[in-house]
Design a protein around this ligand. Structure first.
Ligand code: DAT
Ligand code: MG
Length: 171
């Protein structure tokens, strides 16, 4: 009896760990140059094909204040004014993607900050050249993923649904 209860508890805990691990979110954004160059579908396709779950997606023209908040850790950098100007030059597509290690894997899929250092096969390595026109953004840590998704979508405002393909993606 005790053993049965223990095994039920252990199975439940494993399921909990698995679920919370698969719940990680990353903020992925197609920047104004990515939108203008018609790469929205390509970027979405790569995340969908990989098995990640889209839980938020909107096209918008963020204010300078919003962009300054998003990039607040870079405020002191000499390229900051140029970055804000570029990011304000047209609409962006803001997305929240969910899944196991989506932050780390998303960064790997995007490639290096400077596209010339990005490997072919990555989004930046395949589609751009200059660091100031690197077409996409991806959260750099699990904490920034949460912070950025909250900043762009509002707390608790992403979609909650399960993917019918989940058991084909996760073991
Ligand atoms: P990432 O976007 O890879 O997280 P980051 O957070 O250091 O890189 O910088 C944010 C953006 O700022 C980056 O995507 C492009 C721009 N940027 C970074 N370094 C730059 C530089 N040295 N010159 C011009 N723009 C730069
Ligand atoms: Mg960054």
């Amino acid at each position: 009896m005790v053993a049965t209860l223990l095994s039920i508890f252990a199975a439940f805990s494993r399921a909990e760990v698995k679920m919370s691990g698969n719940d990680e979110v990353s903020f992925i954004m197609v920047k104004p140059d990515g939108v203008q160059r018609g790469l929205v579908g390509e970027i979405i396709k790569r995340f969908e094909n990989r098995g990640f779950q889209l839980v938020g997606c909107k096209m918008m023209s963020p204010s300078k204040e919003h962009l300054e908040k998003h990039y607040e850790d870079l405020k002191a950098k000499p390229f900051f004014p140029g970055l804000i100007k570029y990011m304000s030059s047209g609409p962006v597509v803001a997305m929240a993607w969910k899944g196991k290690q989506v932050v780390k894997t998303g960064r790997a899929m995007l490639g290096a900050t400077n596209p010339l250092d990005s490997n072919p096969g990555t989004i930046r390595g395949d589609f751009c050249i200059d660091v100031g026109r690197n077409i996409c953004h991806g959260s750099d840590s699990v904490e920034s993923g949460k912070r950025e998704v909250n900043l762009w979508f509002g707390e608790g405002n992403t979609e909650k649904y399960s993917l019918v393909s989940e058991s084909m993606i996760y073991e």
